[in-house]
Ligand binder design. Structure first.
Ligand SMILES: CC(C)(COP(=O)(O)OP(=O)(O)OC[C@H]1O[C@@H](n2cnc3c(N)ncnc32)[C@H](O)[C@@H]1OP(=O)(O)O)[C@@H](O)C(=O)NCCC(=O)NCCS
Length: 183
């Protein structure tokens, strides 16, 4: 199970969101293109502040929690995105990931770098057996991201849930620890 919420990659630093991140978080999370397929988006700064406060109150890695970690530039610590990790009840159950980047930081491999690290921790340090991602099939960048890391498409649920007034599809990607070749 996780111990510390602070991880480094070659270019990135993943750690807790801080109150000082609220403006930057609101800025990219409220962007229409970023929010299009997201279940949560702030409509004002106060919602971003409340989100960070809720996250701060959580114990990182506690069973049945969604932890949203900051993705920062490793050197400057500037917030460039976030990674959501759903910790299931036990390590036998699937751990789930979702990544969001500031529009100006997309297309440079940062999402792949952050997710690669998180998956590696999940399988090799935290002991999870299976990882999953759930994506709207219109979200091409997210589909490509998961495929590039070795996730396998296991399901395509058609018009399976109601999202912002319309019935939308949900594609499930998965990978087993025994299949992981990244890190
Ligand atoms: C999903 C999302 C995080 C993917 O971001 P991304 O920038 O496309 O992904 P990466 O950071 O891995 O970048 C990959 C691209 O950078 C390019 N790239 C540039 N430099 C690179 C480098 N040093 N290393 C790797 N890739 C690099 C890759 O070639 C790739 O380009 P391509 O897509 O044209 O092949 C982003 O689209 C996003 O934030 N979307 C909105 C939020 C969202 O919907 N999230 C998913 C919720 S389920």
């Amino acid at each position: 199970m996780p111990t510390s919420p602070e991880f480094l990659t070659a270019r990135l630093r993943l750690n807790r969101l801080l109150p000082a991140d609220a403006t930057a978080l609101y800025d990219y999370r409220s962007d229409a293109n970023v929010a299009r397929y997201q279940g949560w988006w702030p409509t004002d700064l106060a919602q971003a502040e409340a989100f960070i406060a809720t996250q701060a109150a959580q114990v990182f890695g506690s069973p049945e929690s969604w932890c949203q970690l900051a993705i920062r530039d490793r050197d400057s610590s500037e917030l460039i995105g976030d990674i959501g990790i759903h910790f299931p009840g036990t390590t036998d159950d699937a751990i789930e990931f979702g990544v969001t980047l500031h529009p100006d930081r997309q297309g440079r491999g940062y999402a792949r770098e952050a997710l690669d690290r998180a998956i590696d921790l999940a399988f090799r340090e935290w002991g999870y057996r299976r990882a999953v991602g759930s994506v709207d099939p219109r979200n091409a960048a997210s589909m490509a991201l998961l495929r590039s890391l070795g996730f396998r498409q296991e399901a395509h649920h058609v018009a399976s849930y109601r999202f912002r007034g319309e019935w939308v599809d949900d594609v499930i990607f998965a990978m087993l620890a025994t299949e992981w070749q990244g890190g």
